[in-house]
Design a protein around this ligand. Structure first.
Ligand code: ZN
Length: 175
């Protein structure tokens, strides 16, 4: 799902899907791979019957058979091809449908990667990429600085005012 890099920033955006496909040595990726990615993305944002049907269609494409391995039944693909890959990717997504409250989209509007928030209070806002958390930290730091400059201006103005006896209390509250 995260093969789209910098989704929210067209000048920087990169599609890593062909690279991802090549890394599995399966030859050129079919356009369906990008379609599946779009379906999964939409399902994270909102579950619709139409997308569930499309997901089901992807699941149906991989043919698997039962084999006996070390005394246990294992499922293996009949043919290792793109249909099987699409089906596997779709299959790995299905358990996440029950965890949609933890499936999130990175709060960095330029990034918009998808991630699973495993934090106890589901408070994560950024994907795992350090760039996003750091960008947010820099933004917050700058905002704090601007606020401080603003406060400095206000408290200096108050200090000049003889009637200002509450400025310490106010500064404390605004912190
Ligand atoms: Zn991100």
């Amino acid at each position: 799902m995260n093969t789209e890099w910098w989704r929210g920033r067209p000048d920087k955006a990169e599609d890593k899907l062909p690279e991802f496909a090549a890394s599995y040595g399966l030859g050129e990726a079919p356009p369906d791979l990008a379609e599946l990615r779009a379906v999964l993305r939409r399902l994270i944002e909102d579950v619709s019957e139409r997308d569930l049907r499309l997901l089901d269609g992807f699941l149906a494409r991989g043919r698997i058979r039962r084999r006996l391995r070390d005394g246990a039944i294992v499922l293996e693909p009949v043919v290792c091809d793109w249909d099987w890959v699409l089906s596997e990717v779709a299959s790995s997504f299905v358990p996440l449908l029950d965890r949609r409250d933890r499936l999130k989209i990175c709060a960095n509007s330029e990034c918009q990667w998808t991630f699973l928030d495993n934090s106890r209070n589901r408070s994560r806002r950024w994907c795992g990429a350090s760039a996003c958390g750091n960008a947010a930290k820099v933004r917050r730091f700058r905002e704090r600085q601007r606020t401080r400059e603003g406060e400095g201006f206000v408290s200096r103005a108050r200090m000049r005012s003889p009637a200002s006896t509450r400025s310490d209390g106010e500064r404390h509250l605004s912190r």
